[in-house]
Design a protein. Structure first.
Lengths: 79, 714
């Protein structure tokens, strides 16, 4: 899967889970600092990525992912 | 460094007195720190403008919220960061860009969680330096300023405390909430309340200096878990006390010490970290407290009442037993009962029933109502010999407790003498105690606490606040020669330095070394003995032997050439048996000292307070009796003498039961010189002079044995 495709899908997941308008999400958005994710939502994001990409991620490493760009790079390792 | 301290003072002023505050990372979720901080600020009716900064919310509690702090159109004095630690640095960076200089970082997840957290903390400090910002925290409860013009409760404590003149700062945030709750129940107010957490930037030292100049603060209280820079704390405390006269009371937790017993020297094994902390605090004028109750018992005495001018008190009670208890407590804490004038007793005689006791302690009798208390208290206040009044009350059926409490509060107003109270009991006296506490009359459950508080205030005002510290210049000190010797003994990475070489170093600092020399043959030993005069002592000298007596390497009181030669053989044979591999450098021949008292002096380097000196009665039982005292070098002459006075050995040295007074001045002089040596040579980890033979007054003293341990070199 191309990184551009991953990026689009990641933004969709983030928009759905955090209930943020996709126009507010940039490639560099930080889930907490820019989009206001709380700790529960961070867990929900990981679950959302796993479901969207049909992958199983290393939970500890996945929770360290903090931004859209981090998520794209991390998911690229799995798909 | 000076500039950084000045910057912190300037930025602390804005932390306490902001005109506008941004809460960065706040939210709408009740019961969470980011929400409750904003809530606290609003509930306390902050006299300034509040800007919630929240990535998701457009408004919180009806106030417009901003996505980023840089989006706020106005200037902001203070930012409070409540983001998780993973992104706090991003918020701090934006605060810097916005030109905010004062920040409180509430968030946890830094140094306290390990290496990764420490790195995040260092990142915060680097950002703060880049923008000339200062911050309190991270990992803290926040800051409170009760001054009505500001009314800032930038914390997640449950409620804003009353306004008062006590400044409280704490390393532990949780303890802060307990203290606030405790104080609230007793109507104890605060001027400033600071939880400083990990003190990554602004430390307790900066806050001490700030409170020194804070007009609202009269008394400073602190809870500390670690003294990271003991020297700086001592200096700050001395400055605060000297320049502002404000007392500093500290609870320092962690009284136990596991490491002392493994040390190689007596000084090492006798010197625990906590004893050093005790000594250092006392030397700096800090009043160390063991718990919150003790701290506030003393603090309210300082904060509420004028200081007593003498230790003489008057006790007014409505029951004999409590009067006696209070008298016992007063005497055992060093207070005295005032002796009433004839005029006072005559007034009391007229005002009280015939069965009353009109002498001190005054017993107004169990059926006394407020009028009798008032008459007795007034008479006591007017008596020239009375420096303070203790009012004791037990609840009897006719005792009008609340009226008495209100009258005590009224009569205390404008008095130049302090009044303390103890309404004994719990349920019946509760409302009376509440009246007293509301009116800032110190109240104590136990007479002992009342007497101790009075004594502490008196001592601080008479002795500590007024103390002038002179560090005397010492003559006959050869620093360069000492440096040469030290370099020589420290060569080859040696750390244990035995007697002869240690004594050579001590001689360069004018310490009283014994007459003696190192001998390499028995004939040479005899020659030295004849030069210095009999009787002499022979001691084995070896880098391999730390405890000479244990290998029978010491022979005392040798009065002739034959005895010296025989002893020479015996020592060699003993050592060979006990430690066959020990390499013997020679035997040290010194003049035998008789008719003296043996004491121990020592140096130990503390990682926080630096070089610490020890004094105690010497001899073989030194580690059993532990009759020792400590002082942080360099010492003033008064501080050195105080080290002697703190021990039981002092009485022996002063002369008792027909024994001559010993030369204490020579001990003081030795302590001052040792202190200077320890300051000048940071490589000295530990040093023992054990024993120092102290001769009769005017005769001086002589070192009997000495050794030192130096920092290991690679």
């Amino acid at each position: 899967m191309e990184k551009n495709e991953i990026l689009t899908q990641v933004k969709d997941v983030v928009s759905n889970v955090l209930k943020v308008d996709s126009s507010e999400i940039t490639d560099d958005s930080n889930f907490i600092f820019d989009l206001g994710a709380d700790s529960m939502q961070s867990v929900e994001l990981v679950a959302g990525f796993e479901e969207a990409f049909d992958i199983e991620m290393d939970q500890d490493r996945a929770l360290e992912v903090q931004s859209i760009q981090d998520a794209v790079n991390f998911i690229a390792e799995y798909v | 460094m000076e500039d950084l301290q000045q910057l912190r003072q300037k930025n602390l002023e804005t932390i306490f007195y902001p005109k506008s505050v941004a809460i960065v990372g706040t939210n709408k979720v009740k019961g969470t720190v980011p929400h409750d901080i904003l809530d606290s600020i609003l509930k306390a009716d902050f006299n300034g403008i509040v800007y919630p900064v929240s990535p998701r919310e457009k408004s919180i509690k009806g106030i417009k919220a901003y996505k980023y702090v840089v989006d706020v159109p106005d200037d902001i004095d203070l930012a409070i960061l409540v983001f998780p630690s993973s992104v706090c640095h991003m918020a701090l960076e934006q605060c810097g860009q916005k030109g905010i200089k004062s920040v409180i970082i509430i968030s946890a997840g830094y140094k306290e969680v390990g290496e990764a957290g420490l790195k995040r903390e260092q990142q915060l400090v680097a950002i703060a330096r880049k923008y000339d910002m200062s911050f309190i925290g991270p990992n803290c409860l926040g800051v409170i300023n009760t001054v009505p013009e500001t009314n800032l409760n930038a914390s997640f404590a449950r409620e804003m405390p009353e306004q008062g003149n006590i400044g409280f700062l704490s390393q532990s945030g949780a303890l802060c909430t307990a203290v606030l709750d405790y104080a609230s129940a007793k109507h104890i107010g605060f001027s400033k309340f600071i939880s400083f957490g990990n003190k990554a930037d602004i430390s307790e030292i900066d806050i001490l200096y700030y409170l020194m100049n804070d007009e609202e603060t009269k008394v400073i209280l602190m809870y500390l878990e670690e003294v990271s820079d003991g020297k700086a704390l001592m200096k700050a405390a001395r400055d605060v006390i000297e320049k502002s006269g404000k007392p500093i009371l500290i609870i320092k937790s962690g009284r136990t010490d596991e490491g002392a017993s493994a040390a190689a020297s007596h000084t090492g094994s006798l010197t625990g970290k906590d004893e050093i902390c005790d000594a250092a605090f006392e030397q700096a004028g800090i009043i160390r407290c063991n718990n919150i109750e003790e701290m506030f018992n003393k603090a309210i005495a300082f904060a509420y009442q004028p200081p007593p001018k003498s230790e003489k008190i008057a006790i007014i009670t409505n029951a004999g037993g409590p009067g006696v208890l209070t008298t016992d407590a007063a005497i055992s804490t060093g207070l005295k009962l005032a002796k009433f004038s004839e005029e006072t007793t005559s007034i009391l005689k007229k005002a009280l029933p015939a069965t009353a006791n009109i002498n001190n302690p005054v017993d107004v009798i169990g059926d006394a109502r407020s009028d009798r208390y008032l008459a007795a208290i007034n008479a006591a206040f007017d008596d020239a010999d009375v420096a303070g009044v203790f009012v004791i009350l037990t609840p009897q059926s006719m005792t009008d407790i609340d009226t008495i409490a209100a009258d005590v509060a009224r009569i205390a107003e404008g008095q130049s003498k302090p009044i303390y109270t103890s309404f004994m009991g719990q349920k019946d006296v509760a409302s009376g105690i509440d009246i007293l506490q509301t009116h800032k009359i110190p109240h104590y459950i136990l007479p002992e606490s009342m007497c101790t508080a009075f004594q502490v205030v008196y001592h601080f005002n008479q002795n500590v606040k007024t103390k002038v510290r002179h560090l005397s210049a010492l003559d006959n000190i050869q620093v360069e020669l000492a440096r040469k010797l030290m370099d020589k003994v420290h060569a080859n990475g040696r750390s244990y330095i035995p007697e002869v070489e240690t004594i050579e170093v001590l001689e360069t600092y004018g310490l009283p070394v014994p007459q003696g020399k190192l001998a390499s043959t028995a004939d040479e030993a005899v020659k030295i003995a004849e030069e210095i005069g009999y009787p002499v002592v022979l001691k084995v000298v070896s880098d391999d032997i730390i405890h000479k007596s244990e290998v029978k390497g010491v022979e005392l009181n040798l009065g002739s050439a034959k005895e010296v030669k025989d002893a020479w053989e015996r020592i060699h044979s003993n050592v060979k048996k006990a430690m066959p591999d020990a390499s013997i450098t020679g035997l040290y021949v010194i003049r035998m000292i008789k008719g003296s008292e043996e004491i121990i002096l020592g140096i130990k380097r503390d990682p926080s307070f630096g070089p610490v000196l020890m004094f105690g009665l010497g001899g073989i039982f030194v580690e059993i009796f532990k009759d020792v005292s400590f002082g942080v070098a360099p010492l003033s002459r008064d501080e050195a003498m105080h080290m002697l006075e703190q021990t039981r050995a002092f009485k022996i040295l002063k002369g008792t039961r027909g024994r001559n007074p010993r030369d204490m001045d020579s001990i003081v002089d030795a302590l001052l010189r040792l202190g200077q040596l320890a300051v000048d040579f940071p490589e000295i980890e530990e040093l023992d002079i054990n024993p120092l033979f102290v001769l009769d007054k005017g005769q001086g003293s002589v070192i009997g044995d000495a050794r030192m341990i130096l920092t290991k070199t690679v």
